[in-house]
Design a protein around this ligand. Structure first.
Ligand SMILES: [Fe+2]
Ligand SMILES: [Fe+2]
Length: 189
């Protein structure tokens, strides 16, 4: 893990590196609570933003170099692009072959229906890690104490209207994820 951290540190701004370490601490806490492999979730959290400090041109360069599949909306939304590129770099630069880890990194920005426990934990931890101070973080932390699906729903229900307000394009995958978690909650009622 120390080698991964050393390499990662060189790729990231100090702020994003600190956020990655903090996300890592939060996932370890959640992994214990929800009985998930600590090693896998730790690697996914550590590497989830490994492409975050790249410029748009660097991201596009990597997409072309590695033929990373992205859709048109992702291609025009810089804040989404570090997820597919990060997933690929986790594989190429860090030797990660585990599908659940790569998928957790791939979908940590938009979410996706039927996520693995690892992907949900990374998505939630990205939002609630201790350095985060945005609106709703306290309630999201409370939701995550009990039920990871409820925490997912809570965050998606906040993030989507927030993006609407900012007039940022919403990825249809996020809407699908929201619907998926809503349906799941209704089934469990
Ligand atoms: Fe990210
Ligand atoms: Fe992040």
């Amino acid at each position: 893990m120390d080698n991964v951290k050393k390499k990662l540190k060189k790729m990231l701004s100090s702020q994003t590196y600190a956020h990655s370490l903090s996300t890592c601490e939060t996932v370890l806490d959640l992994a214990g609570r929800f009985g998930v492999s600590e090693k896998k979730v730790e690697l996914a959290a550590l590497l989830h933003d490994c492409a975050k400090s790249m410029s748009y041109d660097e991201l596009v360069y990597n997409i072309e170099k590695y033929k990373i599949p992205v859709d048109k909306l992702e291609l025009r939304t810089v804040s989404l692009l570090h997820a597919p590129v990060g997933s690929k770099l986790a594989s190429v630069l860090f030797g990660i072959a585990d599908h659940q880890i790569l998928s957790a990194i791939r979908y940590h920005t938009t979410a996706v229906p039927a996520m693995s426990a690892i992907a949900k934990i990374v998505y939630v931890a990205d939002f609630i890690e201790l350095a985060r101070g945005h609106k709703g973080v306290v309630d999201a932390r409370k939701a995550a104490e009990k039920n990871i699906d409820k925490a997912m729903l809570f965050i998606l229900k906040r993030k989507i209207p927030y993006l609407v307000k900012k007039e940022v394009l919403i990825h249809p995958r996020s809407v699908k994820a929201l619907n998926w978690f809503l349906k799941k909650e209704k089934r469990n009622d």
